[in-house]
Design a protein around this ligand. Structure first.
Ligand code: PXP
Length: 245
């Protein structure tokens, strides 16, 4: 297929952090995603380490067979980690401590010199840099000008509209994707995508990669529940009958 799926495994780590256990391991989820056909794995190392941590990033870099995409803020700390870890791609995202998830696109225009420095530092060691932006032609042009090879269009506004009221957001994304491709940028998209709303985004010809996390983790929890309960009952009954001793 000419469209790739990069699975974001952050919220497997969210579940782990909720109990301070070693499981579920986002690395195991990444391996399962690749076995199922995912073309790449995405993880967001946040300043507060609220889900994915430094160990996860190091191990993912070693075990992911496809593309490993590190999402991160454009800070000195993160640039140093990326240079030490060498993910295939880095996606620069805006990050606010109090936000629940990445809420808006990166303002490349408003901090052009800083973003350009970050892109140059990452590119100089062979990391391909993507910028997570709104489908705004001015931000797309600025992204090309600072040396990014890819943009990821923020699909959050599209995804949050109810079905039937998404036409203007979809048009903006399709136009943005075409504009970016015309500037020589590779085009990805993501945020808030689900099985219900992904179709029209996957149909945008210039868009070649989708980054999807929360909906996949949520679907995995529900679709895996039956098997998990059966496996627990099995372990209990084996213990009860003495087989577990
Ligand atoms: N792309 C970027 C840049 C993101 O920050 C996120 C959320 O971490 C995603 C894609 C995935 O969004 P979701 O978890 O809603 O699928």
């Amino acid at each position: 297929m000419d469209i790739a799926l990069h699975v974001n495994i952050d919220h497997v780590a969210t579940l782990r952090q909720a109990r301070g256990t070693r499981y579920p391991d986002p690395v195991e989820a990444a391996l399962a995603a690749e076995r199922a056909g995912a073309h790449g794995i995405t993880a967001h190392l946040r300043e507060d380490r609220r889900h994915v941590n430094d160990r996860d990033i190091r191990v993912l870099r070693e075990v992911v067979q496809g593309t490993f995409n590190l999402e991160m803020a454009a800070t000195d700390e993160m640039i140093a980690i990326a240079i030490a870890t060498r993910p295939h791609h880095v996606t620069l995202v805006p990050e606010r401590r109090e936000e629940r998830t990445t809420e808006g696109g990166l303002d490349v225009l408003g901090q052009r010199a800083h973003i350009e420095r970050c892109v140059r530092a990452l590119s100089s060691v062979g990391i391909r840099v993507s910028l997570f932006i709104a489908p705004d032609p001015a931000q797309i042009d600025a992204s090309a000008e600072v040396g990014a090879v890819q943009i990821e269009l923020h699909t959050g506004e599209y995804a949050h509209e109810p079905a039937g009221r998404r036409a203007s957001q979809l048009l903006a994304l399709a136009k943005g994707a075409a504009h970016a491709a015309g500037r020589g940028l590779r085009v990805a998209a993501g945020h808030g995508l689900t099985r219900e709303n992904v179709g029209p985004i996957a149909a945008i010809p210039a868009c070649v990669e989708l980054n999807i996390g929360h909906a996949i983790v949520a679907d995995a929890v529900i679709s895996g529940f039956d098997g998990a309960v059966r496996a627990m009952l099995d372990a209990m009954y084996r213990g009860r009958s003495g087989a577990g001793r």
